[in-house]
Ligand binder design. Structure first.
Ligand SMILES: [Zn+2]
Length: 261
């Protein structure tokens, strides 16, 4: 299996996965979406709330805020040594206290661990008027997207890598060639004879002339992945973590298989 990164920025990564199977590609996609742990607030205790919004609405909004956190320092509560009994390795205390006319934003929430902070500090939680106050404590934990959407790490998808052939020979840059190809080539099942329109659309990308046979196929072992983070994790961290999780699952399977044989 080979990975080649095509494009990368703070929010997303696009890469080619080569020499894999559709089953593996799908397992990777599902793991990135549903099993990579991220941090979110799970419980909120209100000491005072005289704002215009009910406690439940504010708690819900706080719950949807993604948090940046040191990935290797926190564990899922069920996998922590404390066995879910709430310790600094599996939970973070958060306080929010503000009064008087103002906008209460995500950045006003302060975590006991300075390395934990809202991914987007400008998310608006509630607006306070004069004489209004909000004072609460919250608890953030790790969780996975499979259990609750607020823990979802990423939007991840893949498509089959296109293979463009002209007169039976694969072109060098199939991805670009497939992108510029007109609809009649994209939708055709099998070979299309290049006419003026096809040549016009593709001539800057590939060597093509009228009468050539053009074919667009989908590779069954090469995939283009797009992973966009919707959490406090970086896109590459999500891919890495998903691979670790798949490895752990295979190990678990192997261990239990050995026991039962
Ligand atoms: Zn713990």
């Amino acid at each position: 299996m080979e990975v080649d990164i095509l494009k990368e920025d703070d929010k997303s990564v696009k890469f080619v996965l080569d020499d894999a199977t559709p089953q593996f590609a799908n397992a990777l996609r599902r793991t990135m979406i549903g099993k990579v742990p991220t941090m979110a607030v799970d419980e909120v205790y209100f000491r005072n709330n005289t704002s215009g919004l009910f406690d439940e609405i504010i708690a819900h909004r706080i719950g949807l805020v993604p948090w940046r956190f040191p990935v290797d320092e926190y564990r899922l509560p069920e996998k922590c040594d404390c066995e879910g009994d709430e310790c600094p390795n599996c939970q973070v205390e958060i306080v929010l206290k503000k009064e008087g006319e103002s906008f209460v934003k995500a950045k006003n929430m302060k975590a006991t661990d300075k390395k934990v902070a809202p991914e987007n500090p400008e998310v608006l939680l509630v607006k306070l008027l004069e004489d209004q106050e909000i004072d609460l404590e919250a608890k953030a934990v790790l969780g996975i997207g499979k259990d609750h959407a607020k823990f979802q790490a990423a939007n991840a998808s893949y498509k089959y890598y296109p293979v463009v052939k002209i007169n039976g020979k694969e072109v060098e840059d199939s991805e670009t060639a497939a992108r510029v190809a007109p609809e009649k080539v994209k939708k055709a099942e099998g070979v299309v004879e290049a006419d003026e329109q096809v040549v016009y659309a593709m001539k800057n990308t590939v060597d093509i002339s009228e009468g050539d046979e053009v074919e667009l196929e989908r590779s069954n072992d090469k995939f283009i992945f797009t992973v966009e983070t919707v959490s406090g994790l970086e896109p590459k961290q999500i891919v890495k973590k998903a691979v670790e999780i798949l490895e752990e699952e295979i190990d678990e399977f192997e261990t239990s298989l050995k026991k039962s044989l």
